[in-house]
Design a protein around this ligand. Structure first.
Ligand SMILES: O=C(O)[C@@H](CO)OP(=O)(O)O
Length: 248
């Protein structure tokens, strides 16, 4: 059996302030740190251990991972950071207040931007100071391919190559893997792992700092998946019956 744990970062400053965040590199709040320490305790308590970890290039996920590794006395583990695990790029919405945007554009439109499968947000202009174009951490990327605003489908499509080329090889070697990332990049992974229909995955909520444990068979097909709950229990996730399941 292969084990994989997916962990959304703890509450960020912009989660607390109800702002569209995306690729904006905001920090954790004190509550985000505390809930991440709690998650580390749950992982320790449940006997889960890791051999390698993956995260994005955004500090809310990196710090979440560091807190977990520190609390588990595993700061020495190899950690791989990759932009493909970043949050969905929220385009021109980044930095706007979600409630105010709903008041301006309508709740239905904001729901489509936030929870549709393939509708991207309005794009950010390359000369916008919020754009990733001048951010040194993306200097190695072809500027033309830098996201200017992604749908969940776009995010999923750029996460999967990293799953295949970065994470799957580690799992196949027998490593126990921790992925600390973001609500929408993790939705993309869950969709791929469990072959979740397009219309269902946007509504799958992954709470901040709530470990999501996958038990995979030798073909990396999920056998079980569950959240670790606050009382140290397991909350099974079941999807409606469908034919076929996505393997690696
Ligand atoms: O703002 C964001 O980047 C994300 C995650 O916080 O928000 P949403 O839940 O709308 O996808």
């Amino acid at each position: 059996m292969h084990r994989l744990v997916l962990l959304r970062h703890g509450q960020s400053v912009w989660n607390r302030e109800d702002l569209f965040t995306g690729w904006t590199d905001v920090d954790l709040t004190d509550q985000g740190v505390a809930e991440t320490r709690h998650a580390a305790g749950l992982l320790r308590q449940s006997g889960v251990d890791f051999d390698v970890a993956f995260t994005s290039v955004l500090k809310r996920a990196i710090k979440t991972l560091d807190i977990v590794l520190e609390d588990m006395d595993r700061l020495w583990l190899p950690v791989h950071k990759h932009w493909r695990l970043n949050e969905r790029h929220y385009g021109a919405l980044q930095g706007l207040n979600k409630t105010e945007t709903a008041a301006r554009h309508g709740a239905d439109q904001v729901f489509v931007w936030r929870r549709s499968w393939d509708v991207p947000p309005p794009p950010i202009e390359p000369d916008d100071p919020r754009s990733a174009v001048s951010d040194r951490r993306y200097a190695g990327l072809d500027r033309a391919n830098l996201p200017r605003g992604e749908s969940l489908k776009d995010t999923t499509e750029r996460v999967i190559p990293f799953w295949r080329e970065g994470i799957v090889p580690a799992l196949r070697l027998g490593a126990r893997v921790l992925v600390a990332a973001h609500g929408n990049s993790l939705r993309g992974l869950v969709k791929h792992l469990d072959n979740v229909p397009d219309q269902d995955i946007p509504l799958f909520e992954i709470p901040t700092s709530r470990p999501l444990v996958y038990e995979l068979d030798s073909g990396l097909v999920p056998m079980r998946r569950y959240f670790l709950t606050d009382d140290g229990g397991q909350e099974e996730i079941t999807w409606p019956e469908r034919s076929g399941s996505a393997a690696a």
